[in-house]
Design a protein around this ligand. Sequence first.
Ligand SMILES: Nc1ncnc2c1ncn2[C@@H]1O[C@H](COP(=O)(O)OP(=O)(O)OP(=O)(O)O)[C@@H](O)[C@H]1O
Length: 345
Amino acid sequence: MSVHKKERDMKLELQGIKKSFDGTEILHGINFSVEGGSALGLLGRNGAGKTTTIRIIMDVFHADEGQVLLDGAPFVYQPGQVGYLPEERGLYPKRLISEQLVYLAKLRGMNKKQAEENMRKWLTRLDVIQYENRKLDTLSKGNQQKVQLAATLVADPDIVILDEPFSGLDPVNSQILKDVINELIADGKIVIFSSHQMSYVEEFCEDIVVINHGEVALAGNLDKIKEEYGKGHKAVAAVGMESEELEQILRDKFADQVQVISHNKHHVVTQILPEQDEWQVLSRFKELGIRLRSYGVYEPSLNDIFVSAVGDEETPEDIKEKNNIGTSFSEFEPKQKKGLFGKRG
Ligand SMILES: Nc1ncnc2c1ncn2[C@@H]1O[C@H](COP(=O)(O)OP(=O)(O)OP(=O)(O)O)[C@@H](O)[C@H]1O
């Protein structure tokens, strides 16, 4: 809202956030920050602690330790300043859409005229204005979702937190929402976007934070993370061979020259071992009669990065073990971790 600080200057920071429920610590010291005019992807497996983190920002829960800061000062939650689309949507199914939105806008500090104008503005922008005098539960799932989004944005919040906003939207409506999110970013808002749909995260999040078992497993600028992650890695594919078969050959016959990092349907990701020569690796393929279909720079997807960061660990002990001996992200570039990763513990 215009009464708040100019959005573009804003910086929201979480410092050392810890939270326990019934004596069990769920968040072990969450640190991240996000600035106005950018979107942060808040990622993590189910139960990692994303919603709990958001609820602390929203002042639903108090942190046991740590603090939330806005521009360096303790953040005092004000309803008009933050728009939150929770995973479990919050509107009343049996009430008129227009009434609910106007009510929410007034609750968040707007006068009646502003509230009515904004209700129409957002219903129009999201292409659901034709339903303003209908009850929510008479709309299709996708249109209900768009009304929920209008309710999130109705008071023009400076900070927008969206939990799986694309769920239930068809491609046309997804495009409308993508455009709206890009407009929010261009307007200088802080956008926190929590989703398991990596393609959307890649599309508009400048930075990401991956929470794993209540800890920040990976954080930073997404382009830089991709660069770091792909550094020194080659994606290899061979003619007439599935990735699994090629991976086995690499493990059996190339163990002195390359390390296998991972594989997917299309290729095996490798790293040449120190002191080894790439040309010798290529000639060994030739000696073994393996024709390469492709051999080139590995460009990781966010999905690859996410899986490497959180793996399939079930316990913190597994994470530690994996970070020491496995193929987790932190192993790839151990000396480059500083500044890119959040601290553990
Ligand atoms: N009010 C609560 N009381 C007790 N435990 C809770 C409470 N809220 C969350 N938890 C626990 O905290 C952990 C993190 O939950 P949270 O909802 O933050 O995960 P999430 O990352 O948002 O997961 P998802 O992707 O499935 O939504 C879970 O183990 C959950 O059971």
